[in-house]
Design a protein around this ligand. Sequence first.
Ligand code: TGC
Ligand code: FAD
Length: 400
Amino acid sequence: MSHSPSSSSKVDKYQFHDYYNVDELLSEDHLLARDAVREWVKKEVTPIIEDYSERAECPKHLFKGLAEIGAYGPSLPVEYGGGGMDEIAYGIIMSELERGDSGIRSMASVQGSLVMYPIYRFGSEEQKQKYLPKLGSGEYIGCFGLTEPDHGSNPSGMTTNFKDDGDHVILNGAKMWITNSPVADVAVVWAKNPEGKIQGIIVEKGMEGFSAPEIHGKLSLRASITGELVFEDVRVPKANILPNVSGLKGPLSCLSKARYGIAWGAIGAALDCYDAALRYSQERIQFDKPIGQFQLTQKKLAEMITEITKAQLLAWRLGSLANKGMASPAQISMAKRNNVHMALEIAREARQIHGGMGITNEYPMMRHMMNLETVLTYEGTHDVHLLITGMDVTGLNAFK
Ligand code: TGC
Ligand code: FAD
C-alpha cells in the first residue's frame, strides 16, 4: 500500500502517516520487523491497554511476548540474547511499541538498553553467559537503578555505596523511580566503590537485605510498574561487579542507548494520537460539516503531520549516524527532547480535536498525554537535554 499523500484511498492512506515516504529509506528487514511488531501491538496491546492503564496494572504476561518479537536488545548480537539487527531496526521497533503505549515501550527499553546493554558492554564473559540469554528470552526481568531519592538529574551525587568484604561487597543505599523493579529478577545498580568511583553491580532478587517496594499513585505510565530499590547491608559477590567500566560514563552510555530508542518511540505515540484526530475530524459533524473542513482544525492537523514528519526524518538521520557509530550523546539528547515534546504537543492538540470525547478512555490521547509527561522527564528531563545541547554548542557547562 502506498502511504504517499497522493494516494487515492480516503482513510487508509492516512493509516500509517509516512508523509515523506521514509519507508523508501528502510530495508526489507526493517519493514519486516516493523510489520511484525505492528501486528503484535494491534493484537496484544491495543485491546487491553486502556483497561490495564486505568487499573494501574502492568500487563506482566507481555514480558514473554516482547521477547518473542525480538524487542529486547534488537541491535545487540544474537549470541548474547539480542536481535542482531541495526540501530534503525531498534528504533522502528520502539516506535511501534510506543504506538501501543509508552509503558510497553518502557518494559522493552529497560530490559534491552539498560540491563542487557550494560552487561553486554561492560560485563565479564561469565556475566554475559549467565544473564544475557535469560534476559533476551524474557525468563529474567531486569531493572536499572541510577536515580536516588535525592539525586535525579545529578546522578554523580549518588550516595548508594559498597564496601569491601573479602570476595563479597556490602551494598547500602536506595534507588527511586525504578521501572520494573518490583518484578525484576536482576537489577543493574550503580553505586560508589570504596574509592568513591561509580561502578555497576548486578543484584539478584532474594539477596538478603534487598527489597523493591512498588511506588503507587502514579497518574502517568500506569501500565508500567515502578518501584524503589532498597539495600540494607546486602552481601553481593565481587563477581557481580561489571569489570569493564568505572565512572558516570558507564550509566550515561546506557542512557544514550535508551534515549535513542525513546527518540523513535515517541513518534509512535504521536502517530496514534494524530491518527485518531484525523479520523475524528472526518467523522464528527458540526455546523453541518465535518470538523476537518474548518480551517482551524486543518491548521492543527497540518501542523501535527509537519512536526511528525520532521521528527521521523530526525530519527532516521540519527539512526543512520548510529549505524556508523557516529551518533553523539548530544545529538541523541536533541532528538529525545524534540521528539518527546512534539508527541506531547500532538497528544494535546489531538485531544482538543475530539472535544469532550477526547477526555474519555474511548480514545487514546489522554493516556498517551499522561504517559508522555513521564517520558519528558525520565532518561533526562526536557531541560537537562536542552542544557546538554547548550553545552555542546557553546562549549560552556551549565551543570558545573
Ligand atoms: P559529566 O561530567 O558531564 O560526565 C561524566 C562522564 O560521562 C561522560 N558522558 C557520557 N558518556 C556516554 N554517554 C553520555 N550520554 C554521556 N554524557 C556524559 C562524560 O564524557 C564524562 O566522562 P569522563 O570520562 O570525563 O568521566 O557529568 P555530570 O555529573 O556533569 O552530569 C551531566 C548530566 C546532568 C548531563 C548527566 O548526569 C545527566 O544526563 N543527567 C540526567 C540523569 C538521567 O538521565 N537519569 C536517567 C535515569 S534512568 C531512567 O530514567 C530510565 S527510565 C527507563 C524507562 O522506563 O524507559
Ligand atoms: P529533579 O532532578 O529533582 O528535577 C526537578 C526539576 O529541576 C526538573 O524540571 C529539572 O529539569 C530541573 N533541574 C534539575 N537540575 C537542573 C539544572 N541543572 N538546570 C535547570 N533545571 C534543572 N530512573 C532510573 O534510574 N531507572 C529507571 O528505571 C527509572 N524509571 C523511571 C520511571 C518513571 C515513571 C519516572 C517518573 C522516573 C523514572 N526514573 C528512573 C527517574 C528519572 O530518570 C528521573 O525522574 C529524572 O532523571 C529526573 O530526576 P528527578 O525526578 O529527581 O527530578
